[in-house]
Design a protein around this ligand. Structure first.
Ligand SMILES: NC(=O)c1ccc[n+]([C@@H]2O[C@H](COP(=O)([O-])OP(=O)(O)OC[C@H]3O[C@@H](n4cnc5c(N)ncnc54)[C@H](O)[C@@H]3O)[C@@H](O)[C@H]2O)c1
Length: 296
């Protein structure tokens, strides 16, 4: 059992995400009971889990023995009652429809132990809306994996309006136990954080294309060669560190909604030294990206 008291996981919805989340949980050592509408869907899901694990073996991320052990931890549940009965954590991954998710939560709440945590992998529906019909909304939380979750190791933990601190922290700890990084979404909203960022970027790309400002291929390559090394080296907010440490931005004379980091605490020499060290990392990142994705 991990520190949060989560020992067994149930997954409801054995489609794309349910299968992939099962893979991550099983790899981390959790027994997983997976449930869906038919045995046929469950069989397909188990095949997906095995395929996922084969990919990781081929990529030399895990050994064959680890893959076999993980496969053995995933079992198809006879029905929802069977899946929920001994679960400490239920992760729902049914289609993105509020009415359907609310129904699943109502049903699971009636079958699971009172102290079980009920989590939704919804992409954008606020956790509070999913919990609205539950008797114990304090045990309901969001746990949003990104596709494919056995590769992209960031998971959003979403705190609904009534989610208790105990539930929220247990899920954050669970995410860490998977070897993933939790992104704490402290205020419930549509699309949370990462999807909101993606949507903003896509919206801007669509507007640029509509206006004929640049071609699809040029925008794609430019993002990879320019934003790619910057963001993979510094991150979204710190990439401003590339500006001269003594620029008006750095001196705090230009306020970009408090996003700029304050370099004024360093002397001029130290500020430039830090900027140069960052540049060295950027040179390496840019070269890595260019060699991985050469222009055709
Ligand atoms: N696919 C992605 O890239 C992605 C990424 C992150 C989050 N999500 C979210 O994960 C959730 C699932 O998405 P998906 O892509 O895996 O969908 P999917 O269609 O591949 O799988 C959904 C599964 O739920 C099953 N299902 C439907 N009603 C059910 C019920 N009442 N009880 C049990 N099972 C039921 C379906 O039979 C199906 O197998 C959605 O909320 C989606 O927005 C998807």
């Amino acid at each position: 059992m991990n520190a949060e008291g989560i020992e067994r996981v149930a997954i409801v919805g054995a489609g794309e995400m349910g299968s992939n989340i099962s893979t991550v949980c099983a790899l981390a050592g959790y027994p997983v009971a997976i449930s869906d509408l038919s045995r046929e869907i469950l069989d397909r899901s188990l095949r997906r889990v095995r395929r996922n694990l084969d990919v990781l073996v081929e990529a030399e991320e895990i050994t064959r023995a680890q893959a076999d052990a993980a496969t053995a931890r995933v079992r198809p549940a006879a029905d929802l009652r069977d899946a929920a009965a001994d679960a400490d954590l239920m992760i729902e991954a049914v289609p993105e429809r509020l009415d359907l998710k609310q129904e699943v939560f109502l049903n699971v709440e009636g079958l699971a132990r009172d102290d079980a945590i009920l989590a939704s992998n919804a992409s954008g529906i606020p956790t509070s809306e999913i919990a609205a019909r539950c008797r114990r909304p304090e045990r309901v939380v969001g746990i949003h994996f990104f596709q494919p979750p056995f590769v992209l190791r960031v998971v959003e933990a979403i705190r609904g309006e009534k989610t208790s601190s105990e539930t929220f922290e247990a899920v954050v700890g669970f995410i860490e136990s998977l070897g993933s990084v939790p992104l704490r979404v402290l205020k419930d909203r549509h699309s949370f954080v990462i999807n909101a960022l993606q949507q903003a970027l896509r919206k801007e790309v669509a507007a640029l294309l509509d206006a004929g400002v640049a071609s699809k291929d040029d925008i794609e390559t430019a993002a990879l060669y320019c934003l790619g090394p910057k963001y993979s080296t510094f991150g979204l907010l710190r990439s401003g560190d590339l500006t001269s440490p003594m620029s008006p931005l750095r001196r705090g004379e230009v306020n970009t909604s408090g996003l700029n980091y304050d370099y004024t605490k360093y002397g001029v020499d130290e500020a430039f030294r830090r900027r140069d060290l960052a540049m060295i990392e950027l040179v390496k990142a840019a070269a890595r990206i260019r060699s991985t994705y050469p222009l055709e």
